[in-house]
Design a protein around this ligand. Structure first.
Ligand SMILES: [Zn+2]
Length: 278
């Protein structure tokens, strides 16, 4: 049986006029579009940027993260800054080849803008900066709009200081009840708690905190809760934890990296609003 003849139907293809603009017209019920490759290539960034089509790597928004996915890694986390000890802490981390995560607030110990130089240095050194709310409120006691305000005020400061918007946050006191998860999910945040609490916030000694960590064993990738604002943590506990991690061949990485999301710690910030004070 002879193949059927195929009649080309090239009607009114997409054309470029002399100014480079696309033009087309229809005079038939059947239109075959010939779209130049470079035209599609020009559209690609817009397609990739579309929230509808974008599939972000790493944990989905609203996920509560308590551990690293890789047992050979450990995530050192420091809450409640940026504070006066951060510079020395970051120096130690850098010297050890360690990356850590800083969950910072807007106003808990001092205004975030008063520490903007150090915060930029911490960020530039490759440590992860994440949100810990504007005032360190217990979010479980707040409604959705109040939670949103707590997050957005800090987002504005991050935009002004760092030019990025973090995608990871830690609720103060680890409180994930009430409207917390739903609201943060809708805002695109991944929620980080911990599996090892150093207890530094509760006057646990650095030696005792280290025991808590060693007793937890090395079989799973720990996320350890510490506070950069407790004097003995930057001055003593950080060194102990670094030495412990090195002795066990645990790689000290950011929370984003330890959940397989190295490139996903931040997203595009809204335009800076120029604020320089709280
Ligand atoms: Zn805190």
């Amino acid at each position: 049986m002879a193949p059927r003849a195929i009649t080309p139907k090239i009607l009114n293809p997409l054309q470029l006029n002399r100014a480079g603009n696309t033009t087309w017209s229809t005079s038939s019920s059947e239109v075959t579009m010939h779209v130049p490759l470079y035209f599609l290539a020009a559209l690609l960034p817009a397609i990739q940027a579309s929230p509808l089509l974008q599939s972000r790597a790493g944990p989905a928004p609203g996920t509560v993260i308590t551990k690293c996915t890789n047992a050979n890694q450990i995530a050192l986390t420091f809450d409640d800054g940026p504070y006066n000890y951060e510079a020395s802490l970051v120096q130690k981390l850098n010297a050890a080849g360690a990356k850590a995560t800083f969950f910072v607030t807007g106003t808990l110990y001092n205004c975030i803008y008063s520490q903007r130089t150090q915060l930029k240095a911490t960020y530039a050194a490759g440590h992860q900066i994440a949100s810990h709310t504007w005032t360190h409120a217990n979010l479980a006691n707040l409604g959705a709009s109040q939670i949103t305000t707590e997050m957005q005020k800090l987002e504005a400061a991050f935009s002004n200081i760092l030019g990025v918007k973090p995608t990871y946050m830690r609720p103060p006191n680890g409180a994930t009840g009430g409207q917390v998860v739903n609201t943060l999910k809708s805002m695109g945040y991944r929620i980080v708690t911990w599996d090892v609490d150093s207890g530094d916030w509760n006057n646990q000694s650095p030696q005792s905190s280290l025991s808590t960590l060693t007793n937890a064993g090395t079989g799973s990738g720990h996320i350890i809760l510490m506070h950069e604002t407790v004097a003995s943590t930057p001055s003593q506990l950080a060194d102990m934890v670094i030495n412990y991690a090195k002795s066990k061949n645990l790689k000290m990485v950011t929370v984003a990296e330890c959940v397989g999301d190295s490139g996903g710690a931040y997203t595009t910030a809204s335009a800076p609003n120029g604020a320089t004070s709280c």
